[in-house]
Design a protein around this ligand. Structure first.
Ligand code: ATP
Length: 912
């Protein structure tokens, strides 16, 4: 093999059959060794090979996106109407109809673009991470920064970040469905395969985009970005989102039905007018067009999408990243949140506070990650060196550990599991560091921590080359493995009763518990197996770790309770620890605690009956989560469930809102989730629920604003046709009203802040129809009010001898004024708006009203507009009359709200 710089032959790298090469060959080609690449080499290769990411999916071009905006039944109808008015020679109407279509298309195009950019930036926040070794040090980096030759570590739950030639594996199983379609996990090994083996059988390779479902491994990156197998077959990540949700689809459907209805009504009007009342077909046709123009809510789809996208963006700003849009609606109706304890409800800043040995209980001082503190017994400082069990326990905690303690500018931080970090700090307080451990007690093998078996074990040699196995884990598990305990006077038979009492007493203080034990022997075979962990260990100590609740979680739990949402804590911790932490968070007070073992012993029916009576589930493992979600759902609950591990994925998928942890969560969990918490914080879930409710509220408010606008105009036209009045609004005028009101006024509601009591009422039932009985009433009432204002003023003005043109101008102004006022009414569906916040609380509403007012002044007084729309100047008195019509609508609606609030109707209506 010629020894060129790796960057000199990119082509050759792509054609190399890595699976057929041995480790030394791979290392030689890629110029790397067991310490990984050097930083300047990484930079060099990054410049040469580019980022490790796939070329983003081909987007629809802007032209196609613009054209697709026309694909909407409502707009088709408007275009058809424009064509017919053109044939009839009504050029102004044709022009206005087409303008309305174009304005809607442009608004839709811009808004869809904004919504897509918002979602894109959110997707970027989800970029996967990779663990690499460079310059002999372990780093967590953005997977896009990997280069060929990088040494990477894989653990269960990870998404493989690039194509990797494996160099060591520990029970590694990888699910390669993304590549091969095969959903069963493949067991990997490091041996070479024949050069022409198909990707599915290249056991020595882990391919980009596949998922590690079990075990650990390390390997060398051999291909990145589009040079990977996944890149080659150009299969793109599947999480591209569609801007749609069940609610939006329901609205689309509603829009379609409405369009059919409006068409039928217009056709009927046309036929009745021509055949029954003997009007000229051309005149009746213009009436029908006016009706269509007035009744069709053409802005509906675009504004709904924007409301949703704005909600998603607000959530992202507060660390709740929505992966699937329907989750926004589901969040609004969540009735139960099942949350992990550690790190989500608690701070995950672990500190060892207490160590229980066979003869003594030792307290440890110091908080957080600063490794200073003292050991004391009954308030007297001690030197751990005089206590063999304590010293060995501290040492085993450092050795049986995968975390790293780092110091930078006097600030200490832990990389890895915080529980293990706490043990490293405990060691550092006694002068026993990682570095010390690794040189004096080299590690030969490890069984990593997995929630299912609740322990971690390592195998070492000491400086006399004697073998040792250290284990740490949940006390129940470790007690089972121990036959002896270490005392001041040496090894003695284990006193199980004593330890169980100490476990309960320490856990009841809310401390998280670990037991530490060791065995002076080598594994039965050359590597450490579960079989080596059955018996023969000596118990050294119990370690009590404090992990205080997050303050914001305490408040968020209280907020959820006020909002009628039950919060359930699901934890792998001991029942007593869970109960004590639960008490600090006001979860599960006075209710029983159920353990994983009890859940396992129950059948599904019993679990369903009992599940709502229990708020704390302790010593659970991931498979219990799935059963809990199912049991809760069977009882009619809408469930949000958190998770981080690869085994949590089924429960996250099944839950109505699966919530993955952004920081400690595995890629597998994130992939199965609907929402990712960038800060792993329970308070963020509560915030997202609140935002979910706001989005739903605003969608409802918008529809409730929009439909009467169209309804009112339609009623004016229908009444005019029925009673044979002069048409109070021409089709062009109707379209003008729609253009200025829906696009400017309606959009403001998308920015409406949360109602004050949004978290003080029970969750919305998912079965609740959007257009309830109350909705229909409100729409009809406001439509009639608008008709009374517009038509009434028109008829009155005609009666007192004003010209038809001026009366029409007043009618148009009256309707627009009504809508402006109604926009303010719509800010709160039931609550009054007659206070400062109600009138001025949403500046977008005020801005929209000002914009609309300016447009109306232009419409009325600008000569060009007068020639297009036949509008005329108005006197001050005439303006005042138009405004009074709007004010009338405003007042009646406020009276209606007040009646609803102050009578028994309130309960009927709000539950509707
Ligand atoms: P939660 O589900 O609230 O996040 P958890 O993180 O405590 O709870 P697990 O991680 O499943 O749940 O831990 C269960 C138990 O396993 C812990 O109570 C502890 O005794 C033990 N344990 C936790 N982490 C480790 C570790 N790194 N090594 C050994 N044992 C551990």
């Amino acid at each position: 093999m010629t020894d060129h710089r790796v960057t000199d032959h990119t082509e050759t790298l792509q054609q190399t059959a890595w699976h057929a090469l041995t480790l030394p060959e791979v290392r030689q080609i890629l110029h790397t060794d067991s310490a990984g690449l050097k930083t300047d080499e990484v930079n060099d290769r990054f410049a040469r090979f580019g980022p490790n990411s796939l070329i983003p999916p081909k987007r629809r071009g802007p032209l196609l996106r613009l054209l697709l905006q026309f694909h909407n039944v409502l707009l088709y109808i408007m275009i058809a109407a424009a064509a017919i008015t053109a044939v009839l020679g009504h050029w102004v109407d044709t022009g206005v109809l087409l303008a309305a279509v174009i304005i809607n298309v442009i608004i839709g195009f811009i808004q869809e673009g904004k919504a897509e950019t918002a979602l894109d930036s959110i997707r970027a926040m989800l970029s996967p991470h990779a663990t690499v070794i460079r310059d002999g040090t372990r780093y967590e980096i953005d997977a896009a920064g990997l280069v060929p030759g990088d040494l990477v570590l894989l653990a269960s739950g990870d998404r493989v970040p690039a194509d990797i030639r494996l160099i060591s594996v520990k029970e590694l199983q990888v699910e390669e469905a993304a590549l091969t379609g095969e959903s069963l996990p493949v067991r990997k090994r490091i041996e070479t395969a024949l050069p022409d083996t198909l990707p599915g059988d290249r056991y020595g390779m882990a391919f980009s985009g596949t998922l590690v479902v079990y075990g650990q491994a390390s390997g060398i990156v051999v291909a990145t970005g589009s040079a990977t197998e996944l890149g080659k077959i150009n299969r793109l990540l599947e999480d591209t989102q569609h801007l749609s949700t069940p609610l939006l689809r329901q609205i689309d459907h509603f829009g379609f039905k409405l369009a059919v209805f409006i068409l039928a009504a217009s056709a009927a009007t046309f036929l009745l007018g021509t055949l029954w009342r003997n009007h000229a077909p051309a005149e009746m046709f213009m009436m029908a067009v006016a009706l269509i123009a007035s009744a069709i809510p053409e802005g509906l789809p675009a504004i709904m999408t924007v409301t949703l996208a704005l909600g998603v963006q607000r959530m992202a700003r507060r660390n709740a990243i929505i992966r699937r849009l329907p989750a926004v609606e589901a969040l609004g109706s969540v009735t139960v949140i099942c949350s992990d304890k550690t790190g989500t409800l608690t701070r995950n800043e672990m500190t060892v506070q207490r160590i229980v040995c066979a003869d003594h209980t030792i307290d440890v001082s110091g908080v957080g990650y600063v490794p200073t503190g003292e050991y004391s017994i009954d308030g007297h400082t001690i030197d751990p060196a005089h206590y063999p069990a304590l010293t060995l326990a501290i040492r085993s905690g450092v050795l049986c550990n995968d975390a790293l303690l780092r110091e930078k500018d006097g600030l200490w931080s832990v990389e890895g599991d915080p529980t293990e970090g706490a043990l490293l700090i405990l060691g550092a307080k006694n002068g026993f560091s990682n570095h010390h451990a690794n040189t004096a007690w080299p590690r030969r093998d490890v069984i990593p921590f997995e929630s299912q078996h609740s322990f971690m074990a390592t195998y070492h040699h000491d400086n006399e080359n004697e073998p040792w196995i250290f284990v740490k884990g949940a006390p129940e598990r470790i007690l089972d493995m121990c036959t002896t305990q270490l005392q001041q006077n040496g090894k003695q038979p284990i006193d199980i009763d004593y330890w169980q009492r100490m476990v309960s007493a320490t856990a009841a203080k809310g401390l998280r518990l670990l037991a530490l034990a060791c065995k002076r022997s080598a594994p039965q075979e050359d590597s450490l197996k579960i079989n080596d962990m059955k018996t023969g260990f000596t118990l050294l100590a119990l370690v009590g770790i404090i992990d205080p609740p997050r303050e914001e979680a305490v408040q968020a739990v209280a907020e959820c309770h006020r909002a009628g949402i039950r919060v359930k804590m699901i934890t792998g911790d001991h029942a007593e620890t869970a109960r004590a932490v639960g008490a600090q968070l006001a979860i599960g007070a006075g209710r029983p605690v159920l353990t994983g073992m009890e859940i396992a012993a129950m059948d599904d029916d019993t679990l369903r009956d009992i599940v709502m009576d229990v708020d704390i589930f302790a010593r659970t493992s991931p498979e219990h989560k799935l059963r809990l979600v199912k049991a809760l759902q069977a009882g009619g609950q809408v469930v949000a469930m958190t998770g981080d591990g690869v085994n949590d994925a089924p429960a996250l998928k099944r839950a109505d809102v699966g919530v993955a942890m952004g920081m400690k969560g595995t890629e597998a969990a994130k992939e199965a989730s609907d929402m990712v918490l960038a800060d792993d914080n329970f308070a963020t879930i509560a915030y997202a629920v609140r935002e979910g409710r706001v989005v739903y509220d605003n969608l409802k408010k918008f529809i409730l604003f929009m439909l009467p606008t169209n309804g009112g105009e339609a009623l004016v036209i229908i009444a005019a046709i029925l009673f044979e009045f002069t048409l109070p609004l021409t089709p062009a005028q109707v379209l003008w009203i729609n253009m200025v009101t829906v696009s400017t006024l309606g959009l403001a509601l998308a920015f409406e802040p949360a109602e004050r009591n949004i978290m003080n009422h029970r969750p919305r039932s998912p079965k609740e129809a959007l257009l309830s009985g109350f909705f229909v009433w409100r729409v009809l009432m406001v439509s009639v009010l608008m008709m009374i204002g517009g038509l009434g003023l028109f008829l009155w003005e005609q009666h007192i001898g004003v010209s038809t043109e001026t009366a029409r101008t007043m009618a148009v102004n009256a309707i627009v004024m009504s809508e402006m006022f109604y926009l303010i009414n719509s800010r709160h569906t039931f609550a009054s708006v007659l206070h400062l916040e109600g009138l001025t609380g949403n500046r977008y509403v005020l801005l929209a009203i000002v914009a609309c007012l300016l447009l109306q002044i232009t419409y009325t007084h600008l000569p060009t507009m007068q020639s297009i729309f036949n509008s005329t100047d108005l006197t001050m008195l005439q303006w005042c009359k138009s405004i009074a019509a709007g004010l009338m609508v405003f007042c009646v609606i406020e009276i209606e709200k007040s009646v609803i609030r102050h009578t028994r109707l309130a309960s009927v209506v709000t539950s509707a």
